[in-house]
Ligand binder design. Structure first.
Ligand code: NI
Length: 175
């Protein structure tokens, strides 16, 4: 397993639409293992493959609380089959938009279908944080970031903040 670099905005790779995985094999699992390790190290609760520069429809998540056992989840080629009208506002963040948080409203329940780590098909309802997170991560597979749900002004402010922090970090490293 290896920790990979996480792409941050405004890297154009993040806007790419990811391709379906044709076969779940050991290479797929090795990528998911790397993604999980990268996500834990960040730390974060969800990561899409495109965030480490791989345009495949793969997501890893772990929504376990601080004092709970780790609960890694893997989603290959996830689809939303159904959602509900009721929305849930949630303050979201993203490893590709570091240190920026803003409220986004999404359906509070979604019925999803995906392949798991072993390539088995799973269909289930996700709700609450699970619903928020899977919708956020599935957006990544379509080249959409949570800041794309915000006003243009807020989106620009977020990107400027990330760029400024990246510049300061680069300067510090150069000193
Ligand atoms: Ni994200």
């Amino acid at each position: 397993m290896a920790i990979r670099d996480i792409l941050i905005v405004p890297n154009p790779v993040l806007k790419q639409v990811s391709k379906p995985v044709e076969r779940v094999d050991d290479d797929t699992r090795a990528l998911m293992d790397d993604m999980l390790e990268t996500m834990y190290a960040a730390p974060g609760i969800g990561l899409a493959a495109i965030q480490v520069g791989v345009p495949q429809r793969i997501i890893v998540m772990d929504l376990a609380g601080k004092d709970e056992e780790p609960n890694p989840q893997y989603f290959i080629n996830p689809e939303i089959l159904e959602d509900v009208e009721e929305t849930l506002p949630w303050e979201e963040g993203c490893l590709s938009v570091p240190d920026y948080f803003e409220e986004v409203e999404r359906p509070e329940r979604v019925k999803i279908r995906y392949l798991n780590y072993d390539g088995e098909e799973v269909t289930e309802w996700a709700e609450g944080l699970y619903a928020v997170c899977i919708q956020h991560e599935m957006d990544h597979l379509n080249g959409v970031l949570f800041i794309d749900h915000l006003s243009r002004l807020k989106r620009q402010r977020a990107i400027r903040k990330v760029q400024k922090a990246a510049r300061e970090k680069a300067l510090e490293a150069a000193e």
